[in-house]
Design a protein around this ligand. Sequence first.
Ligand SMILES: Cc1cc2nc3c(=O)[nH]c(=O)nc-3n(C[C@H](O)[C@H](O)[C@H](O)COP(=O)(O)O)c2cc1C
Length: 197
Amino acid sequence: MKTTDITVLALIGSPRKQGNTDIMADRLLAAAEEQGAETSKIYLDDYDVRPIGEVCDNSRQRDDPRSDDDFPALLECFLGANVIVWSTPVYWQGPSAQMKCFLDRMSSYFNRAEYAERFRGKGHIVLCAFGRPEQKHGEWITEPMKLTAEVLHGAYLGDVCVSVYEKGKIREMPEALEACRKLGVECVGWVQERRKC
Ligand SMILES: Cc1cc2nc3c(=O)[nH]c(=O)nc-3n(C[C@H](O)[C@H](O)[C@H](O)COP(=O)(O)O)c2cc1C
């Protein structure tokens, strides 16, 4: 039940519903809800978010030439959240195209005077699944997202990166799911602590 005005939003980059990154996000969101947060989840693949079009070099003066698609509505959901959960599989040494399109399109807004303040102060979490056995494959996602949190004047609250390939196999990995649950609890505590300052 919602007992706070804290909002946690998960952006799902995989086209697989109830795939590994979706299940990880569910676990995190359930824990955040138990702490009284309001949670929501967006499957990016359900929306029409085109790759960014030509924009000017100065990010403070950028327009979004493709703003007639679903991106502006999704951006409003993003801007209204206290914590963003970036949940994506590794696809070809990077985030999924669905996630990358969202990130690129954000760059048309984040530095504009009328938006900059609304991007600030969020907590950012990464959940990531990849098929390869080497743990470093998660870094294709975590390193750019740490920088994203910095550029958006937010805080990187942590990540869970798991080597898992088959759809839904993460259900058999209790340690990974427990790490997601913990982040769900911690992110609500982080918002509460920040508000005390
Ligand atoms: C198009 C595609 C590209 C992929 N590229 C990589 C990759 O570069 N490295 C890797 O470790 N796994 C790769 N994988 C495996 C996925 O990351 C892995 O199956 C993951 O668990 C999928 O998460 P999901 O169930 O949330 O969709 C790829 C899978 C697909 C379908």
